[in-house]
Design a protein around this ligand. Structure first.
Ligand code: SAH
Length: 503
């Protein structure tokens, strides 16, 4: 057992404890030799075999895992790992002095407050950031070794020995009980030696439920900063996406969703209003799923006929034929088409949107946005957003192109896509392309029945695409002209299908 695992066990199993001191604020310093207090979360299960927890968390129980952050270092260790019971401990060692040096004073005009504060041990947004990084795969609901367990509710217990709880223990009950947890929130006295001083604002929190591990991690990720009612970093509009990504499945039904949203967004009224309206009015998508990666696979399948270039050319021709001056590239990926549109004559403004920040970074690099001449730079913008949400930034364009994107959306999200693009943004022209699945038989490198890309949720026949296009045109007052891109085969048609909608 590593030293850290031993320390964690001291807290998980009080019987194991040797003389333990508490800081006046309630922070547990489990042994006199520990340099400073630390933040602790343990997750235990007695699901059999309990060591499956390691597979679910993507952290091998026999290894000591470390990850560095701007504010300190996080460790994941397993104080116990047997078939009957397994506990993973997340220990966060916050460097309070480094924190002040890097970020400047926060939250207190009291200068000593920069050094004497609860951040090193109170479970707060630091823990959320750590969970989001060290358990990102588990939170996304992926497990290579135990895929069947990901969706399975298992008995889980989370213990957070020093949890700030603004508003009192009752808030912990209000936040976690509607999610099915049995909650024990024991107030921690300000000082064990002076009972008359009363309780601190911290509770020793234990959450027990039969839930999926992904669910537990998401609940903690969102609700820890809510309990603390604070965040250690600046909160901007991208926090809404984070909130919806982690809370999408449960937040809209939560009776405290307003409190959660307000506190999570640090009481920024406008952000909270936007988040709530997105939560309650819109169908929610899982952007993790939507974060489709446009890697080399599809290009490799289609390369022999250089379909990518043919597609770009066909879409460009259609945009120019529409006479559009202001063009949106929705699901712009690495920005190839954005670049071509910028070079095309008559196009004044090009805006690329994608759900993936990573793709947008690639696009910005490829387009050399940072060194572009100011006049050129003023013509182009890239931003993150999801095609399944109504977005005011998409209104006021002449044309929108959606090239090889719809097949990355879950079929259940196509209705939201339709409402966001055809119902709300409503450009005069919408150009959509998608694979023609009938043509797949002609790709020699593609196994029978396989899609062209592993992230494709579907690939349609010509009849299926035509039917979808017809329904959209009827519902939203567009006319549609379908066509094919690439070599036309007498039996199976062209490899790519394109539809040009106009109104
Ligand atoms: N249009 C580009 C990229 C196609 S790959 C091209 O033709 O080269 C599909 C792209 O759609 C990816 O970049 C993916 O991140 C993006 N995407 C997937 N779901 C999305 C959504 N809900 N909203 C916006 N973009 C999405």
């Amino acid at each position: 057992m590593t030293y850290l695992a031993f320390l964690a066990l001291c807290i998980v199993r009080p019987t194991f404890l040797w003389p333990m001191r508490r800081c006046p604020t309630g922070a547990a310093a489990p042994c006199p030799t520990l340099r400073r207090p630390f933040m602790l979360l343990t997750i235990s299960t007695d699901h059999r075999p309990a060591t499956d927890l390691g597979y679910l968390l993507h952290k091998n129980p026999s290894t000591h895992h470390r990850a560095d952050f701007g504010f300190g270092r996080a460790h994941v260790v397993y104080p116990e790992a047997s078939p009957e019971r397994c506990t993973a401990a997340v220990v966060v060692d916050v460097d309070p002095v480094g924190l002040v040096r890097r970020r400047g004073p926060r939250g207190s005009d009291f200068s000593l407050g920069q050094y004497v504060n609860d951040r090193p041990y109170a479970t707060s947004s630091f823990m959320s950031v750590v969970l989001g990084k060290v358990f990102s795969t588990a939170m996304a609901g992926r497990s290579k070794e135990r895929p069947e367990l990901v969706e399975q509710a298992i008995p889980l217990n989370a213990r957070l020995p020093v949890t700030p709880c603004r508003g009192g223990e009752e808030v912990a009950h209000r936040l976690f009980e509607p999610l099915g947890y049995e909650v024990t929130a024991q107030a921690i006295p300000l000082d064990l030696r002076f009972a008359e001083w009363g309780d601190s604002q911290y509770v020793d929190l234990t959450l027990t439920a039969t839930v999926t591990l992904k669910g537990l991690l998401e609940h903690l990720f969102v609700l820890l900063p809510v309990l603390d009612d604070d965040k250690h970093y600046w909160v901007g509009p991208d926090e809404i996406d984070k909130l919806l990504r982690r809370g999408g499945d449960w937040l809209s039904e939560h009776p405290e969703r307003e409190l959660i949203t307000r506190r999570y967004l640090r009481h920024d009224r406008q952000l909270a209003r936007e988040a709530l309206s997105r939560l309650t009015e819109e169908e929610l998508e899982d952007p993790e799923e939507a974060e489709a990666r446009y890697d080399a696979q599809e290009q490799a399948v289609e390369k022999p006929i250089n379909l990518n270039q043919q597609r770009l050319d066909a879409v460009l021709r259609a945009v120019r034929a529409s006479g559009a001056c202001r063009v949106l590239d929705l699901g712009c990926g690495e920005g190839k088409l954005v670049g071509e549109l910028l070079r095309a004559q008559g196009i004044e403004r090009v805006v690329g949107m994608d759900v993936s920040v990573r793709m947008l970074e690639v696009a910005a690099r490829r387009l050399h946005l940072d060194t572009m001449a100011p006049s050129q730079r003023a013509r182009v913008d890239l931003f993150q957003g999801s095609l399944t949400y109504r977005d005011a930034r998409l209104v006021g364009f002449d044309a929108a192109v959606v090239v090889e994107v719809i097949e990355h959306l879950d079929p259940s999200r196509l209705g939201s896509f339709e409402r966001a693009v055809f119902g709300y943004a409503r450009p005069s022209t919408v150009i959509v392309t998608t694979p023609n699945v009938e043509y797949n038989a002609r790709f020699v490198s593609l196994p029978a029945g396989a899609f062209r890309h592993r992230d494709h949720r579907f690939e349609w026949t010509r009849a299926e695409f035509a039917n979808w296009c017809e329904q959209i045109s009827t519902r939203h007052g567009y006319t549609v002209v379908p066509s094919g891109i690439g070599p036309e085969d007498a039996t199976v048609g062209a490899p790519t299908q394109m539809a040009v909608f106009s109104r």
